[in-house]
Design a protein around this ligand. Sequence first.
Ligand SMILES: Nc1ncnc2c1ncn2[C@@H]1O[C@H](COP(=O)(O)OP(=O)(O)OP(=O)(O)O)[C@@H](O)[C@H]1O
Ligand SMILES: Nc1ncnc2c1ncn2[C@@H]1O[C@H](COP(=O)(O)OP(=O)(O)OP(=O)(O)O)[C@@H](O)[C@H]1O
Ligand SMILES: [Mg+2]
Ligand SMILES: [Mg+2]
Lengths: 150, 150, 158, 158
Amino acid sequence: YREKIERAFLDLKDEYSRLFSAVAEGEALMEFREGLHVSVRFKGKNFQPLSMLSGGERALASLLFYIALFRIKPAPFLVLDEVDAPLDLPNVQKLINLIKELRKDTQVIIITHNPATARHADFIYGISMPEDGTSRVYSMRAEELFNSTG
Amino acid sequence: YREKIERAFLDLKDEYSRLFSAVAEGEALMEFREGLHVSVRFKGKNFQPLSMLSGGERALASLLFYIALFRIKPAPFLVLDEVDAPLDLPNVQKLINLIKELRKDTQVIIITHNPATARHADFIYGISMPEDGTSRVYSMRAEELFNSTG
Amino acid sequence: MYLHSILLSGFKTFPVRTQIKFHPGITSIVGPNGSGKSNIVDAILWAMGEGRSSLLRASRMEDVIFKGSSSRSALSRAEVLLNFVQGEESLTIGRRIYREGDSEFLINGSSARLRDVQDKLREIGIESREYVVVEQGQVETFLNMSPQERLVFLEALA
Amino acid sequence: MYLHSILLSGFKTFPVRTQIKFHPGITSIVGPNGSGKSNIVDAILWAMGEGRSSLLRASRMEDVIFKGSSSRSALSRAEVLLNFVQGEESLTIGRRIYREGDSEFLINGSSARLRDVQDKLREIGIESREYVVVEQGQVETFLNMSPQERLVFLEALA
Ligand SMILES: Nc1ncnc2c1ncn2[C@@H]1O[C@H](COP(=O)(O)OP(=O)(O)OP(=O)(O)O)[C@@H](O)[C@H]1O
Ligand SMILES: Nc1ncnc2c1ncn2[C@@H]1O[C@H](COP(=O)(O)OP(=O)(O)OP(=O)(O)O)[C@@H](O)[C@H]1O
Ligand SMILES: [Mg+2]
Ligand SMILES: [Mg+2]
């Protein structure tokens, strides 16, 4: 058991590290001592306590962790609710590319207000709420999405 | 003193209520007993505990509170850091209109990733960070904003 | 197995029996603030056995039952079914709750216990709810966890 | 009085003395993740007297001094000046911190205490920091506060 955990740690450490330097052009270090310690630095910057990172940097570091997990051990689905809210457009694009890589093994359901994110999906559902506090679901196509968000 | 607080409460209660029905087409109630209690409901829905509201509804209810405060007693400036992140496009537009009403008495500084928000500003500053962990500030015009975010 | 469809009935803003079909690949869900998108996520978490009502933005578990709106009266029960499919195989995990507080789990229509549901989910590759759902506003969770708390992810991998 | 300009020197990602001019009306600040936008907000809060380093995303107050990057070494002091203007009148509120921990406030260049700064700010209509700044991720603060905590807003109005 202990061996399995150490093995999982090494795989995760490598995968996260590789993703971080490829996507964030930075560096990520993980340590396993009484728990899972993480330290990251972004391009051109030094290592800093996680609390000093920006909102978008924290979101990206966290999302890359999920992507690393799913690359090692995909689960049948992954639900992401408005995870792109703090990201700038280039980082949204990076997230989308990573999600697209996951899609052969994992069904990704992503809730978003960002048309840039939504249009890369294979299927789009619109949820609306006419006056009566009742949700209605209808499928949409990418062109309709752009018309409705004007 | 006690009278001043009660007076402030009544002004705030009225202003918040009026704003909420005008902007959110819902209803907002405030009570002053051992503290400031708030209850809101959105169009077509019933009153619910605040915790059950959606992310965007909570953001809007909170922002309308700030707007109500500033309509009663404007401060010289108001800084808003990515407050539009959870809002859908129609709600972003409502926020912008309210901010525009405040601008004669209050200087509003709004940080955003949303070009729809940024383009309504009188002035736009872009912050960039070339490779060396050092922030650079430059003024931008609305047209440049759209080119850079593509 | 992939998530083929979910059925919501009386759950939060879904008083009307609503089926949502999913497909392999990427599905995007869009819509106005308060329209019910995160409620769908709550339904998935709830059906998978979430026991902490606060994680579903509810004070008590019965709060997930449709409480009425300006034009509909409150309902007395809520039900969510998750249907997983792989080729010819089909697995349906369900959960029901009644306003009096009784709640039950179902696997392929038969009554089951929470632990049976968790075992079944593990069988199809869902180690834990944290592994498969990132809730709204919770994207930084991994960073905010203590080093000890993060071990659950290593356990899910092992 | 309106905020005419801020000067950042050695503060977080502003190792180089940087002046940002503001105008009445609406100013929008845009830029990539991690470029320094929220750092400007932290500078404004800090110069106005924020004493809780955690609200500035720092563990200790000295953490706001530029700590170096891949191509620059760390600095040993940070300074922020906020210049308010109304017609001919001008008011500058400043704050400095040295790596050894000493910190001082300045009003129009002269040494001052925190309470002088707070009095000055109240004179120009800034009742409290909470009133004029909504930090990133803090938009729901008002809703999350207890009814008692919310009284600070009534006090600001009274
Ligand atoms: N039991 C219930 N009965 C009726 N309405 C409910 C119930 N529980 C939650 N709601 C309503 O559901 C709405 C929230 O829905 P949800 O969180 O899914 O919105 P959303 O589409 O995710 O919005 P956002 O884009 O703002 O995140 C709230 O208006 C809330 O009042
Ligand atoms: N004392 C310091 N010295 C050097 N760099 C620092 C210091 N304090 C913070 N930083 C860096 O500042 C960056 C965060 O900047 P900031 O929060 O202003 O970004 P932002 O533009 O608001 O981004 P976002 O759009 O993601 O919110 C982090 O990369 C952090 O490492
Ligand atoms: Mg939501
Ligand atoms: Mg920021």
